[in-house]
Design a protein around this ligand. Structure first.
Ligand SMILES: [Fe+2]
Ligand SMILES: [Fe+2]
Length: 136
């Protein structure tokens, strides 16, 4: 069983975002596997950086859609993205200085944050954006 299992409960109904969420879940699983298998720093850092930059890319996709269609909860949503980006950035910087290493706690933080953010925040834009995009 993967560290973070995809569940269709996570679907927002906005295809582009759902595909990106699946990719984020895959990257979290890749990172967990690399950690569990004791892979070297180079490999861990490569996946970690990929996860951070893909998360940034994904957040900007969502923010662009929400901005374009005038989603009323854009600013609060954006704040959650910002706080996650800040935490990940800080972790990467501290890791580069050798102050911290990737741990199960960090992995759980990434998994839980993504899960709760999708379930509680992203899913709220589902009906709104689907309607604007003419999906429903
Ligand atoms: Fe989001
Ligand atoms: Fe998202």
């Amino acid at each position: 069983m993967p560290f973070m299992e995809w569940n269709d409960k996570l679907l927002t109904g906005v295809k582009e975002c759902d595909e990106q969420h699946k990719k984020l879940v895959n990257l979290i699983n890749e990172l967990y596997e690399a950690m569990k298998q004791g892979k070297g720093k180079e490999i861990i850092d490569k996946i970690l950086n990929e996860l951070a930059s893909y998360a940034d890319y994904h957040f900007s996709t969502e923010e662009k859609l929400m901005t374009k269609y005038g989603y009323p909860e854009l600013s609060i949503h954006k704040k959650e993205h910002e706080s996650f980006k800040k935490k990940v950035k800080e972790f990467i910087e501290r890791k580069a200085k050798g102050e911290v290493t990737l741990s199960v706690e960090i992995m759980n933080f990434l998994k839980d944050w993504l899960f709760h953010h999708i379930m509680e925040t992203d899913k709220k834009y589902g009906p709104f954006l689907s309607q604007k995009l003419g999906i429903k």
